[in-house]
Design a protein around this ligand. Structure first.
Ligand SMILES: Cc1cc2nc3c(=O)[nH]c(=O)nc-3n(C[C@H](O)[C@H](O)[C@H](O)COP(=O)(O)OP(=O)(O)OC[C@H]3O[C@@H](n4cnc5c(N)ncnc54)[C@H](O)[C@@H]3O)c2cc1C
Length: 235
């Protein structure tokens, strides 16, 4: 699996702070510098003020300001199992590679086409697992291929969008998705937990690492104060 930050809001910690300060001042935040907006907040430096305001927001459950900064992730090579799990989160926008148009050609390296769970490797069953996947890919190609020698093809070819019903859940897909910082923390609440499956946990861990570079004050505070606790970001 590969995960990259494709696009993101600039100065996301500042944006969340400005939005939060808007709630507690009669001044118009757009007319004031960040230093002026943060002036009444506890802390000596502007960095300290940012950290103390963000910690306060999290502690009080005031999560709205974290909905303004957005991040777009590009993910390569997750299984359709993991794709089904992550796309259950409704406060994110997804684009998923279509298997109607992008199934690997016959004879491609099956190892490149599917995700092998670590437990299969640990059990020494990789060859059997890959053979099973390859059979499903072969059958897919037999159904769509006009020149297939297989007799069971019937009278006509099957359209790829129907033949793909045969493909294994292990089939790799790429995905682009966008979500705001609050949703990202909620996804992490749900998916970084030990009872989530290993692949979606790995995806979430990579997203959190990238988020810590992108929005360091918020995501470092989240990791230290919130991650793994019961006071989740959504009921
Ligand atoms: C370990 C694990 C196992 C799971 N197993 C299964 C399973 O076997 N079968 C299955 O179907 N799903 C399963 N799920 C998925 C789970 O039930 C959720 O659908 C998924 O995690 C999305 O999270 P969310 O419900 O918090 O919604 P999100 O879409 O991430 O929304 C965030 C929050 O917004 C609020 N919200 C959003 N939409 C609504 C709404 N329509 N009404 C009220 N509040 C809303 C809720 O507070 C919600 O928590 C599993 C999840 C985990 C983590």
């Amino acid at each position: 699996m590969k995960v990259a930050l494709l696009a993101s809001t600039n100065d996301p910690d500042e944006l969340a702070c400005k939005a939060a300060r808007n709630d507690y001042t009669t001044e118009y935040v757009a007319d004031r510098s960040f230093e002026e907006v943060m002036e009444p907040v506890d802390g000596e430096t502007v960095e300290e003020k940012k950290a103390s305001l963000i910690a306060q927001l999290m502690e009080r459950g005031h999560y709205g300001p974290f909905e303004h900064p957005n991040a777009t992730f590009a993910v390569k090579g997750i299984s359709r199992v993991c794709m089904a799990q992550i796309t259950r989160h409704r406060h994110a926008s997804f684009d998923v590679q279509s298997l109607r148009y992008t199934v690997p050609e016959r004879g491609s390296d099956i190892r490149e086409a599917v995700v092998v769970p670590p437990s299969v490797e640990e059990a020494g069953l990789v060859d059997e697992f890959l053979e099973g996947c390859e059979r499903q890919f072969d059958l897919y190609h037999d159904l769509i291929d006009e020149d297939s020698p297989k007799k069971y093809r019937g009278d006509g070819v099957t359209p790829p969008e129907d033949a793909r019903f045969l493909l294994p859940m292990a089939t790799k897909v790429n995905m682009v998705f966008t979500l705001n910082a609050r949703s990202l923390m909620h996804v992490a609440d749900m998916r970084a937990a030990a009872d989530a499956q290993w692949e979606v946990r790995e995806l979430t861990d990579r997203m959190l690492e990238l988020a810590e570079d992108w929005m360091p004050v918020t995501f470092e505070t989240y990791r230290e104060e919130m991650l793994g606790r019961k006071n989740r970001l959504a009921p």
